[in-house]
Design a protein around this ligand. Structure first.
Ligand SMILES: NC(=O)C1=CN([C@@H]2O[C@H](COP(=O)(O)OP(=O)(O)OC[C@H]3O[C@@H](n4cnc5c(N)ncnc54)[C@H](O)[C@@H]3O)[C@@H](O)[C@H]2O)C=CC1
Ligand SMILES: O=C(O)C(=O)COP(=O)(O)O
Length: 526
């Protein structure tokens, strides 16, 4: 049975799902050294933001197949290191969207009305109304940095509260922003005009210290900043100084450069600052959502099925996966086949999406083709996660082409491998919903389903050749399950595709090529 380590607090709903397929150990609060010591025993690791999954931990996780982040941000996981090792990293892109957006909105209102400090004041026996005179958000300008899932929800609620919305997000179209009621503007303008600035971007090298002394200097003295995205997007020392010096009016922070927050000047800024301990996703609803979402993906991967929200499988979202799943299998089979036909070291793989397939995303099919191509060399060590990297490291050049005019089948895929021993091509299509058929080998039309053991010959189309090959195989006790010849012209060159019951015995290929008329023979195991 597989083993899963849960190293941060996860809702029981997730544990129950994992327990269906694995032994689940819950060990929270582990020190890095403790995690390194035990991770080698586990097939999967389930975390939240508390566990830092470094390269060292990934190296020690020799059995790891998947890291599941029960939440959105994966900045606490060394994703490139996981990718190199073929470990799938999944998250829950939507499970806590509402929770995080509502926390940001709550922070904005709480900051405007000094609710946390007023609350402490009343609880300590005071009745001070003067100190806590606040500001309204109605008709004020909210600047949203990052108009993704959380930013968009914040926008729609803020709109209903009568706020004017500016947004900065270089990856969002004007039409999308308008739909949400936001005006897309440059960052400088947003900083200059906003009364409230709320951050909803991931932490990346570009966004680190996006809010710094220079950008704080551009803001209104009445501006308030809310960060429920990631620590480190704000330079905390610069923020503390700006609040102290009255350059901005205040801030509400849920996330910090270092968590848990240690010694910090931020704690001493009174009612102009609100600090919460990374509570954005901490609602009952969100925790159930993310736990189920991620546990289901871990379960699926442990059962050999694909994950729906892998962050390190290029282009493979849940919708794409659903649509392309049968074609992924086709691509993998063709990759495996063309790799074996090519024999030597493959230098270039050309992936051509034909017919209806030409309008699809090519990236997942390229990855699946490469996985198939590299299978003979890497076996189970190659997967959708690392196929691209492994191909790059082997110097395989990938060319993607499309041809919507090919109409023989609804959609078909053609792979051509050029290597040290020459060029070979195979084309395949799906019959019905998902039955794979080879429709062309080296330019010769055929129509056979691939089978586990196959023999291909390149020969002259002439009387008696099929009989001779049949007799030869018979003399080696090789049983033929099916056979088909593909030719372009009568008595010209032709290809024969045979499905055989067992692997071809050693030495027989050389005998086959001695049959007059047979130029080449290839054996393949799929
Ligand atoms: N405090 C908490 O507990 C939680 C924090 N988060 C954090 O919230 C952030 C946003 O999450 P989602 O909205 O779900 O992600 P998302 O991926 O839906 O949206 C992020 C948006 O940021 C934009 N973006 C990326 N780089 C940018 C840049 N340099 N400048 C401006 N925009 C940029 C993207 O185009 C995208 O539209 C993440 O960092 C996530 O980790 C998420 C959930 C809970
Ligand atoms: O989902 C995210 O990105 C979060 O920041 C939530 O973090 P958490 O799972 O509450 O530790």
């Amino acid at each position: 049975m597989s083993k899963v380590l849960v190293s941060d607090p996860i809702d029981q709903a997730g544990i129950d799902i994992l327990s269906q397929v694995a032994t689940v150990d819950i060990k929270t609060g582990l020190k890095p050294a403790e995690l390194i010591e035990i991770i080698g025993d586990y097939d999967a690791l389930m975390i939240r933001s508390g566990t830092r999954v470094t390269e060292e931990i990934i190296e020690a996780g020799t059995q790891l197949k998947i890291i599941g982040r029960a939440g959105v941000g994966v900045d606490n996981v060394d994703v490139p290191a996981a990718t190199r090792k073929g470990i799938v990293v999944v998250n829950s892109p939507e499970g806590n969207t509402i929770a995080a957006a509502e926390h940001a909105l709550a922070m904005m209102l709480a900051l405007s009305r000094h609710i946390p400090d007023a609350n402490v004041s009343v609880k300590s026996g005071e009745w001070d109304r003067k100190t806590f005179v606040g500001a309204e958000v109605y008709k004020k300008t909210l600047g949203i940095v990052g108009l993704g899932k959380i930013g968009s929800h914040v926008a729609s609620v803020a709109k209903a509260m009568g706020m004017k919305l500016l947004a900065y997000d270089p990856f969002i179209s004007n039409e999308r922003a308008e739909q949400i009621g936001c005006q897309l503007v440059e960052l400088d303008l947003l900083f200059q005009q906003a009364d409230y600035i709320t951050l909803h971007i991931p932490k990346t090298p570009e966004t680190t210290h996006l809010i710094n002394a220079a950008t704080l200097a551009k803001m209104k003295p009445t501006a308030r900043i809310i960060n429920c995205a990631r620590g480190g997007i704000i330079d905390e020392a610069a923020l503390a100084a700006a609040i102290k010096e009255g350059k901005i009016a205040g801030a509400a922070l849920d996330v910090f450069e270092s968590e848990p927050l240690g010694e910090s000047e931020l704690r001493s800024l009174g009612k102009d600052i609100i600090l919460t301990p990374h509570l954005g996703a901490s609602t009952t609803e969100a925790q159930v959502n993310v736990a189920i979402d991620v546990a289901e993906q871990i379960r699926d991967v442990l059962l050999g099925l694909p994950a729906r929200s892998a962050v390190n499988i290029p282009g493979l979202g849940p919708d794409v996966l659903e649509e392309l799943k049968p074609y992924m299998q086709l691509a993998e089979t063709l990759g495996n086949l063309v790799g074996q036909l090519a024999g030597g070291r493959v230098e270039t793989l050309t992936v051509r999406l034909q017919g209806e397939l030409a309008t699809n995303k090519s990236q997942p099919l390229v990855v699946a083709s490469l996985k198939g191509l590299l299978y003979q060399a890497l076996r189970e060590r190659v997967n959708y996660v690392n196929a691209n990297i492994e191909a790059k490291e082997r110097g395989i050049r990938v060319i993607e082409t499309r041809d919507a005019s090919v109409r023989d089948y609804a959609g078909s895929l053609r792979l051509e491998a050029t290597g040290t021993l020459g060029t070979h091509s195979v084309t395949g299509a799906l019959l019905g919903e998902k039955e794979i058929h080879l429709t062309d080998v080296d330019g010769f039309p055929i129509n056979v389903p691939p089978s586990k053991h196959m023999l291909f010959t390149l020969h002259r189309d002439m009387p008696g050749i099929i009989g001779k090959l049949g007799s030869l195989l018979g003399s080696f006790n090789v049983n033929i399950a099916s056979m088909q010849v593909g030719r372009k012209i009568v008595r010209g060159d032709a290809v024969m595709a045979l499905s055989i019951d067992d692997p071809l015995p050693d030495g027989i290929l050389a005998e086959i090529t001695k049959v007059p008329g047979i130029r080449d023979a290839y054996t393949v195991t799929l």
